[in-house]
Design a binder for this molecule. Structure first.
Ligand code: ADP
Ligand code: MG
Length: 586
């Protein structure tokens, strides 16, 4: 997990993604410059051709030379344009490879909190926008803006050589034209950004809505849900109108500017011809230049608009993805082997955006101890687990495992040491085998089967037509909650780590299956430090220490038997008010 510096600005990001493939980029750019030069020279050939025809007495040899030269230039330019295409495709496809890899790597290092507060669909979109947008900006630079600007410079030189007045007109007009377009581009850019943002929000909302569509149906709230989504649909329309409208104004302005240019250039060349200051060839050349530029510039406003749109999308995507990692390896983080699983939590302070959860909270859990955390929902039990797994960092105090401060060691060495069975097991849309194997990718199939057996899920898996190769459906939706949880338990068996954390791990199991895996859970807990957050008395009875948490504080702590005998004890009270083997919240 070495941290790579990825630039956030699209242009710098583009250079970053180009760097490893710069040979293709350099050849492509050189080809474009050569092709443009040849292309623009054709107006000179045209001038010479016209002048050779107008010369008295006419020399046909000269006429023929220029007449043959003209199509040959076209062929030659074409060859260089295609070279730029063949090289450009290698540049841009490899550019995408580097860009996607870097962004994916970066995004995977974000904390749980980052993903919790964003839609996965929107993030996927943003990654796409960042890559596609930057690529399009660079493609437009290469094939539109470099030829245009460089070509204009060549035209200025050619015109100047024929008559400084003509050169001056193109020069001044170019400056005005580009400034006006630049000004508009700057104005359009925030609008494009807003539009891109409203579009990706809309997409994210639709993904969220569709992933909860069962809930929408069950709540008979289709209409309300549509209205909710409609707000976002309308918003993206409004943003789109305001962006597009401005670009129509740009087109109109450019039309007028080009009209002025045409009138000035043609008027000036005819005037110079009348005064005998230039040849007829120059007049033809000027008409050719004007014609060529109209073709290129009429829609330049559109292209600037598109490019700024891509730029805006890329900027938005990059900013969202490249926010600072909250949880990361310290520069000199050690990769250590945790084997005992001795946990010390020393007067920690932790709050989520101003909602305080722990203040001066301490607890020691000896190696091999099996501790049951009990507390009302919202007491901070899951938060404690998140802190142990370093999904969040404590704001004060420290957590040590086997004497290592967990913020000083690598995340991998910490998480390697902890087997975690969460409340909601998430599964990949991959085979059951791959899903179980995930905790130890190098595990043999026989080990996976062994783990499944321990978790009492083997018979179910074998009953499926495709057995261990069954695909589980997106997020494992084709399995019941209990089956998913047993797959998570199988994962933990396979991982066989010194620390085991169960966060209401048996909550989705019915009493029967819970009873069935009780023995396997006991096997799983053997020789491990165990933290079990549980409501089930059957699970809690097996623990050798019970800790009751209320509002982020320990209010009772001891052996289960001891707590059960404590007069007016909280645990005793819970026990007495149990419902069907469950400790209830209130
Ligand atoms: N990511 C989060 N951001 C902000 N507040 C949170 C977050 N996760 C949990 N909380 C809040 O912290 C408190 C403790 O939550 P949690 O640790 O999940 O409780 P428990 O697992 O004991 O039910 C709750 O009030 C909850 O709303
Ligand atoms: Mg919880």
């Amino acid at each position: 997990m070495s941290e790579i510096e990825i630039p956030k600005k699209p242009l710098k990001f583009g250079l970053f993604a180009t760097k490893p493939h710069k040979k293709w980029a350099i050849i492509a750019i050189c080809s474009v410059i050569i092709a443009t030069t040849i292309d623009r020279m054709s107006v000179i050939v045209l001038r010479n051709l016209t002048d050779s025809i107008a010369t008295q007495p006419i020399v046909f040899k000269a006429v023929w030379i220029w007449a043959i030269f003209y199509p040959i230039l076209f062929l030659l330019a074409g060859a260089f344009w295609r070279t730029s295409g063949f090289m450009g495709l290698r540049w841009f496809m490899n550019f995408r490879l580097t860009a996607y890899q870097a962004l994916y790597e970066y995004i995977t290092l974000h904390s749980k909190d980052y993903f919790n507060s964003r839609f996965a669909g929107a993030l996927t979109n943003k990654m796409g926008n960042a890559v596609d947008g930057t690529e399009s900006v660079f493609e437009n630079l290469l094939w539109r803006f470099i030829p245009l600007i460089y070509g204009l410079i060549l035209y200025i030189i050619f015109a100047w050589l024929s008559s400084p007045l003509l050169g001056l007109i193109i020069l001044i007009w170019t400056i005005v034209f580009l400034s006006v377009n630049w000004y508009f581009a700057k104005k359009i850019q925030p609008k494009s950004y807003e539009y891109a943002k409203s579009l990706s929000t809309l997409k994210g909302r639709i993904v969220d809505s569709l992933s909860n569509i069962s809930l929408v149906h069950e709540s008979a709230f289709l209409r309300g849900e549509r209205e909710y989504i409609n707000k976002y649909i309308k918003k993206q329309r409004d943003k789109g109108i305001s962006e597009w409208q401005l670009s129509e104004w740009v087109l109109l302005t450019n039309n007028i500017l080009i009209f002025i240019f045409m009138a000035l250039m043609i008027g000036a060349s005819v005037y110079l011809f009348q005064k005998n200051l230039v040849s007829v060839g120059v007049v033809v050349m000027v008409i050719a230049i004007v014609g060529e530029l109209i073709g290129q510039l009429l829609f330049i406003g559109m292209e600037i608009k598109n490019t700024t749109k891509y730029y805006g999308e890329a900027r938005e995507g990059l900013e969202e993805i490249l926010t600072e990692h909250i949880i990361n390896n310290k520069p000199n983080a050690k990769d250590v082997d945790i084997s005992n699983g001795n946990i010390e939590i020393k007067s920690i302070y932790f709050e989520y955006n101003n909602s305080k959860i722990f203040k001066d909270f301490s607890i020691n859990i000896a190696s091999g101890q099996k501790i049951g955390f009990v507390g009302k929902s919202g007491a901070g039990k899951t938060t404690l687990v998140s802190l142990l797994l370093r999904h969040f960092d404590v704001q004060e105090g420290e957590i040590k495992i086997d004497g290592y401060n967990i913020s000083e060691i690598t995340l991998e060495s910490l998480r390697r040491a902890i087997g975690f069975v969460p409340q909601d097991t998430s599964l990949f849309h991959r085979t059951i085998l791959e899903n179980i194997q995930y905790s130890r990718p190098e595990a043999k199939i026989s080990d996976v089967k062994e783990a499944a057996k321990h978790a009492q899920i083997d018979k179910f898996i074998e009953s499926l037509p495709e057995g261990y190769n069954t695909l589980v459906g997106e997020r494992g939706l084709k399995l019941s909650g209990g089956q998913r949880q047993r797959i998570a338990i199988a994962r933990a068996f396979l991982k066989n780590s010194p620390i085991l954390i169960l966060d209401e791990a048996t909550s989705s199991l019915d009493s029967e299956s819970e009873h069935a895996i009780q023995t396997s859970l006991e096997n799983l807990m053997k020789d491990k430090t165990v933290i079990a957050i549980a409501h089930r008395l059957s699970t809690l009875k097996k623990m050798d220490r019970i800790v009751i948490i209320e509002d982020g504080k320990i209010v009772e702590d001891g052996l289960p038997e001891k707590l059960l005998n404590k007069k007016n004890g909280i645990f005793k009270n819970m026990w007495e008010h149990q419902v069907k083997g469950f400790i209830i919240d209130d």
